[in-house]
Design a protein around this ligand. Sequence first.
Ligand SMILES: Nc1ncnc2c1ncn2[C@@H]1O[C@H](COP(=O)(O)OP(=O)(O)O)[C@@H](O)[C@H]1O
Ligand SMILES: [Mg+2]
Length: 220
Amino acid sequence: MLRAEGLVKTYRAPDGGPIPVLKGIDLKVAAGELVVILGASGSGKSTLLNLLGLLEDPDAGGVWFGGERVNVLGRSARSRARGRFVGFVFQSFLLLPSLTALENVLLAARYAGRAGPTTRQRALALLDELGVLERRDHYPPQISGGEQQRVAFCRAVLNDPPLLLADEPTGNLDDANARVILESLRARARAGAAVVVVGHRPEAAEGASAVFRLQNGALA
Ligand SMILES: Nc1ncnc2c1ncn2[C@@H]1O[C@H](COP(=O)(O)OP(=O)(O)O)[C@@H](O)[C@H]1O
Ligand SMILES: [Mg+2]
């Protein structure tokens, strides 16, 4: 489902000096697999996920979705590929402040042209599963970080994406809510999704098909 080869990314410091973050990452994730990548803060986890989700361009290397090399596509073909394949759980949630929790969850379905009554029912069921149903009509600034994280998770999974990329999806949650999200990610892998989770909590590794450590720009 997902393949990455030789991904390299170097940022520039304010003084122009290089910050080498990824030094040649290879990764393969098949449908039904849950891959966990652990790494310290600043090790490049978000950078890697952004490259895998086509949100940023690598300096070198390639990304393939289902056999198609996607990182070289033009802007609109790339966003179509992203819409078709990827559910992205952002570390910083990225909920739109002018939309309610429910409207935020429905956003992905709206982009995919699938916003009907059935989708609305599924969105409500997801919010319920994640314990934030009673927040459906609240705006993001009115709810806690942990609640925003759960709403953002619902948005990412609503379309049942074949590839799910989750950036510290339990970073703001207590243990009980973290377990709900991790169990949901595992269930999605069992149902056939390719799932990549990055984080620093070793609990995320439970039930994973493979666990890697990101260190010094390389996966081990
Ligand atoms: N846009 C950017 N410009 C310059 N440096 C960046 C940029 N984004 C990330 N970095 C640097 O790259 C390194 C990895 O960042 P990140 O991928 O966010 O790490 P993690 O998610 O593991 O905490 C950090 O040292 C960070 O400061
Ligand atoms: Mg990060």
